[in-house]
Ligand binder design. Structure first.
Ligand code: UD2
Ligand code: MN
Length: 285
């Protein structure tokens, strides 16, 4: 990455306050979900290596970024994500890999556990130092919103159309976030115990703040995003225990997370634009 390093810090994550010159960004983008997209051109172009790996030719990136997407039965959304995100990530000159972590079976969905699985699986492939955790259905509409890690955990989806391009509440950490390996290890990753919709994102926020970290965000212009409209998935109803669980984060976080993660890989497939890892993550108690 072309950046003007000052002697403020040598850390690749401490970039706040340092001017970054990335020549090929465009700013605001046109993103819409009304017409079906075709991935053939992107595949033929050949810029993305099998499994969804990319490395810029012009420079050496500061970080190696694994993008982790929790997934089940959202094939259409995945198409949009690949179609819009690969060109953006390439213009950002990132060294990145895309990992779609698919929950198999018909149990309640568990987004945060799939994040932990994605972290563990990506590290088996390469020495990633930054992890971007993203919903499948949110696309930034400004390519200056960089998918990398900062000196504090980063929340990227700050101004979503669904929420009138505002932050719904200051502690929100759902949607798209980026944490370095170090930041993740500090909080023992994420909880494995949130089955169904909701709460898991607030649990992550609590872990971060209990470990003395704060949230870094782009401003409300650069942080604009569009979300694909959708119904609540059948196997992802609101988790009725989420409020109770959230009152125990502090006691649970040291024993529930990366250090207690158990799952098995059912299949792993490198397709032209991403790696799909299908996993059995067990069932709720
Ligand atoms: C909100 C949050 C999201 C998460 C969720 C509660 C924002 C902008 N979004 O999104 O981050 O905290 O609430 O869990 O704050 N998924 C599947 N298949 C399923 C179910 C979920 O692939 O059957 C994946 C997919 O990547 C999806 C994500 O999980 O984008 C979150 O689920 P959602 O889109 O149904 O949740 P939503 O939009 O209410
Ligand atoms: Mn959604």
């Amino acid at each position: 990455k072309h950046s003007l390093s000052s002697n403020l810090s040598d850390s690749p994550f401490a970039t706040e306050g340092i001017t970054e010159i990335v020549t090929n960004q465009k700013g605001p983008l046109h993103v819409e979900f009304s017409s079906v997209v075709n991935l053939d051109k992107l595949i033929e172009e050949g810029s993305v290596s099998p499994g969804g790996r990319f490395r810029p030719k012009e420079c050496v990136s500061q970080q190696k970024v694994a993008i982790i997407i929790p997934f089940r039965d959202r094939e259409l959304h995945l198409k949009y994500w690949l179609y819009y995100m690969h060109p953006i990530l390439q213009r950002q000159q990132l060294d990145y890999g895309v990992y779609v972590i698919e929950q198999t079976g018909a149990d309640l969905f568990n987004r945060a556990k799939l994040f932990n699985v994605g972290y563990a699986e990506a590290l088996k492939e390469d020495n990633y130092d930054c992890f971007v955790f993203s919903d499948i259905d949110i696309i930034p509409i400004d390519d200056r919103n960089i998918y990398k890690c900062y000196d504090q955990p980063r929340h990227l989806s700050v101004a979503i159309d669904k929420f009138n391009f505002q932050l719904p509440y200051p502690q929100i950490f759902g949607g798209i976030s980026a944490l370095s390996k170090q930041q993740l290890l500090k909080i023992n990753g994420f909880s494995n115990n949130y089955w169904g919709w909701g709460g898991e994102d607030d649990d992550i926020y609590k872990r971060l703040s209990f470990r003395g970290m704060s949230i870094s965000r782009p401003d409300l212009m650069i942080g604009r995003c569009k979300m694909i409209q959708h119904e609540r998935d059948k196997l992802n109803p609101p988790n009725p225990k989420r409020m109770t669980q959230l009152s125990h984060t502090i006691q649970m976080m040291d024993k529930d997370g990366i250090n207690s993660l158990s799952y098995s890989v059912v299949s792993s497939e490198k397709s032209s634009l991403y790696t799909r890892i299908s996993v059995n993550i067990g069932s709720p108690p």
